[in-house]
Design a binder for this molecule. Structure first.
Ligand SMILES: [Zn+2]
Length: 545
């Protein structure tokens, strides 16, 4: 086999550590960076003149729901907008849901409740264990490097179905066994989805037990906490700190924007700072917009799902129960602990939510519209319209909530990135159903363009650190996330003067500008605005001990 050599000349390196930029050449040999410094190429054909652009480590998208997408052979095309943002590695299996390990009876729930994360045509689930899932990903080839967390909700569905109760001993042991097997196969940690069923039905003790497995593997607990949108966010943060602290494991809090700007958030942040002083390792991530996207079914009372997805739809068809459901969606206040209070952790129903991802032809015109606008068309009350849509679409569409194109909310989000422990995630769902959320088209360029260059909230070096070496250390990814000799050649080369997100809610489907070259494992997969979607240069990263 001939060695593949490339020399990058005349670039300016920002190495991911946060240190100031410097000029140097990089010699790439096969998939690694062999030498950084003054390099004379033996063969002129090997040289790429970088011409004063910034060379950074490939960006790591630390919070995605792309695990179901990358199991589809079509993922390469779908991930084009990640490559154009400079992303080379994704972390998936977040918020408690992973596509593996999976038992047959779990598939129906995932296909419905988590439908918006799936490819349009669905998945065949030709695997059961995490190892088999990894083999499948490798067999079809991967465009980006993929790191997979094991989702607690998936484990719980496998072990005990969709039941509104605590786990029994045998069920917990079953979950522990599946978790160990998944970590042995190379999964990078355990994610919790405590804002969703069935994760929110678990007692803290169940989570402490599961967390105990992580210590030996030195991998993080990655929670979507309870009460993200409620006044209980501080208590929810204390709960996940307790799970970590009791087990001596690290904590990586997902989309840590909860509690808003009020007292609740201050208390949550204080709890984190105090825990860090006691020695608990805590990191977090945020998405770069004040909007979230998730399944429409997350708006419904958790108890309505007790017994499974079929039972849920039967309840919606029973007038007396439906009235109870509607009453709670309008007025219930989540309390702590949720299991003593009808299981609610968040209540986010409102008329301003955008609905999208409809499958039925007759509802296509409602994609990307606010519920209140759709309700006008039906000449009916908003909640009644929502329930009709859920029944007709079998619950398989999704919502986008939050503040749309609102400068004050944008500032709040931008300032979250000042925190030295905040890494960057896209957290998108509905990718193959044409999501109108700009996160899919410009997260990383938005931070480098708007938050760094225009608002001057971060230095470029610090922003790059938060996209590279920080998430690599939070997730224990080895030999990536930095520009160092001997590290894998995952590189993003961009123009710091022009990099920019051009997508907005008004005009979402716009590509970012400014990224010039992307290398994954030594392969140039993007140059001159051309993405080589047949390169499949990514790897399934399997954590080794
Ligand atoms: Zn989440």
């Amino acid at each position: 086999m001939n060695d593949k050599r490339i020399v990058l000349k005349n670039g300016i390196i920002i190495d991911g550590s946060g240190k100031e930029r410097y000029k140097a050449d990089i010699l790439i040999e096969n998939e690694k960076m062999k030498k950084i410094g003054d390099i004379d190429a033996e063969n002129k054909n090997d040289i790429i003149d970088i011409n004063g652009l910034i060379i950074a480590p490939g960006f790591i998208d630390v919070h995605t729901h792309l695990d179901f997408i990358i199991a589809s052979p079509r993922h390469s095309k779908l991930l084009e907008s990640w490559v154009k943002q400079g992303v080379t590695t994704i972390i998936a299996g977040n918020c408690g849901f992973s596509p593996a390990p999976i038992r047959r009876k779990t598939i129906e729930t995932l296909n419905t409740y988590w439908n918006s994360s799936l490819p349009k045509g669905g998945l065949e689930y030709s695997w059961n264990t995490m190892d088999e899932y990894f083999n499948h990903l490798e067999k079809i080839g991967q465009s980006l490097n993929a790191v997979i967390l094991t989702g607690h909700n998936t484990l719980r569905l496998n072990a005990m179905g969709l039941e509104a109760r605590f786990a029994e001993k045998a069920e917990l042991e079953d979950m522990l066994k599946m978790l160990k097997e998944s970590l042995d196969a190379g999964s990078f940690g355990l994610s919790l989805g405590l804002g969703y069923v069935p994760g929110l039905f678990s007692h803290t003790d169940e989570l402490i037990e599961l967390g105990s497995v992580l210590k030996k593997y030195n991998v993080p607990l990655v929670p979507h906490t309870r009460g993200l949108l409620s006044k209980n966010y501080d208590k929810a943060i204390m709960e996940v700190i307790e799970i970590s602290e009791k087990n001596g494991i690290s904590l990586q809090i997902s989309h840590h924007a909860g509690g808003g700007i009020g007292r609740t958030r201050k208390k949550a942040i204080k709890a984190i700072e105090e825990a860090k002083e006691r020695g608990v390792e805590i990191g977090h991530d945020n998405i770069a917009w004040p909007n979230t996207s998730t399944t429409v079914l997350s708006l419904f009372p958790p108890w309505a799902f007790d017994g499974g997805i079929k039972a849920f739809f039967e309840r919606l068809r029973n007038e007396i129960i439906l009235n109870q459901i509607k009453e709670e969606m309008r007025s219930f206040r989540p309390k702590w602990p949720n299991w003593e209070n009808k299981w609610w952790v968040d209540r986010d129903y409102n008329e301003n939510i955008i609905l999208t991802g409809f499958k039925l032809q007759k509802y296509q015109r409602y994609n990307n519209m606010q519920l209140k606008e759709i309700a006008k068309d039906f000449k009916k009350e908003s909640l009644d319209v929502l329930i009709k849509l859920v029944l007709d679409e079998e619950g398989k569409f999704f919502i986008i909530t939050g503040q749309f194109d609102n400068p004050l909310a944008e500032d709040f989000i931008a300032n979250l990135y000042r925190n030295p422990n905040c890494s960057v995630g896209t957290d998108i769902v509905g990718l193959d159903q044409k999501t109108p959320h700009p996160v899919a088209y410009g997260t990383f360029p938005k931070i480098l363009g708007t938050i760094v260059r225009e608002k001057k909230i971060l230095s470029l070096e610090e922003a790059i650190r938060k996209m590279t070496s920080l998430p690599a250390s939070q997730m224990r990814i080895e030999k990536r996330g930095s520009i160092k000799e001997g590290y894998f050649t995952d590189l993003t080369i961009f123009n710091p003067e022009t990099i920019k997100c051009t997508s907005s809610f008004k005009n979402p489907f716009q590509e970012p500008i400014g990224v010039k070259y992307v290398f994954i494992n030594g392969n140039m997969i993007f140059k001159n605005n051309q993405y080589d979607e047949k390169a499949f240069a990514g790897k399934v990263l399997r954590r080794t001990k």
